[in-house]
Design a protein around this ligand. Sequence first.
Ligand SMILES: Cc1cc2nc3c(=O)[nH]c(=O)nc-3n(C[C@H](O)[C@H](O)[C@H](O)COP(=O)(O)OP(=O)(O)OC[C@H]3O[C@@H](n4cnc5c(N)ncnc54)[C@H](O)[C@@H]3O)c2cc1C
Length: 396
Amino acid sequence: MRRVLIVGGGIAGPVLGMWLKRLGLEVSITEARPTAAVGEGAFLGVAPNGMNALEPLGVAAAVAAAGTACEAFQFINRRGESIGSIDRSGDASAFGRPLTMIRRGQLNAILAEEAARQGVEIRWGQRLVAVDESHPNHVIARFEDGSESSADILIGCDGLRSRVRSLLLPDAPAPSFTGLLDYGGFARGVQVPVPPGVNLMLFGRRAFFGIFVTPSGESWWFHNGAPESSDLEALRKRSDPARERERLLELHREDPPWVGDVIRATPTLLGPWPIYELQAMPRWHAGRVCLLGDAAHAMSPSAGQGASLAMEDALVLAQCLRDIDTPAKAFAAFEKARRPRVDAIFRAARRNGSGKAVSGAFSEWFRDRLLPLFLRLGASSQSKMYSYRLEWEKTT
Ligand SMILES: Cc1cc2nc3c(=O)[nH]c(=O)nc-3n(C[C@H](O)[C@H](O)[C@H](O)COP(=O)(O)OP(=O)(O)OC[C@H]3O[C@@H](n4cnc5c(N)ncnc54)[C@H](O)[C@@H]3O)c2cc1C
């Protein structure tokens, strides 16, 4: 095996590319976007386990420098009363790196730049449309612009709506909608009752709201709530951002007033992103093609682990390709190694997401009293996810 084609230059693609370069392979990434998505998306958290999967590639320090460490999670109810917290201030010493909050565009840019610097070819603006697997010794990828390229193996890192997945496993389940629609944004100049470095989570009257203030005083926020219509495709196309902003303000009208201030102070409302998950994929590979990251196992962002799992996947797949003599066996070993962890985190993400659903006064009363107990359990399950360590040198 000499040539590898990776489809998708988001998070999983560049990280896998860097690992495969270590194996001395010729690696190309084909990415549909015209350039690195520097200004795209809102923000995300790279968990300590994700940071540790980047560490041996020499990339974790750049991500840490561009991001901000999260020191705690603080939970409040719609009256602004504190109902629980999780202290994460010991994560850097316990796990090596803390949970690092970073703008998505910045993370994408760092990974793409570093992959290119390490010799990975990235072809921007090249969308994969078809895969020809009829040849015994190679696979051919065809692109929207009419060009094609051949490789010994092809890895689909093309995310939730993976084209590779639909070509490879046409009977695979479609992603299913979790019921939550996500918006986000960046605001300045608003007084928020939380110090920098703390993730504040509000169980609002009619929707969930999360906010993180950076040391420079910028408020990074997201909203999770029910969509106003079941036509999610139409929602995604965003006909009227001003009206959407009014709708968010209305949904948070009965919540603490600073929520509305933050939404109003946001120059550009980002989203909406309907939150999907992809469960029960029958398998992640066929022939010379394998899926990785969201293409194989997209999950609700409520565990904050999708990107970190994609980073872990990349390391493990590269180990399998290094240690096992045929791609088919390496792909099978990769799937076997990753399934239990991915499935466990998938379930945790779903549990966390379901807690964001709006409830009546009676269940709110119970939630406010029981949350501290659940958070104690949640904190230890979070620490378990964070403590997961992969060692590149270890054979599979
Ligand atoms: C609102 C939201 C918040 C989130 N927050 C967090 C968080 O805090 N922490 C966390 O760990 N995770 C979070 N996630 C999940 C995380 O974003 C994903 O798990 C992660 O991006 C997966 O990486 P990936 O590389 O597999 O896919 P992606 O990042 O989606 O990258 C896929 C790439 O493939 C490209 N592509 C698609 N089709 C083609 C094609 N046909 N040809 C060529 N290129 C193609 C796309 O343009 C894209 O660049 C969040 C997700 C959402 C929606």
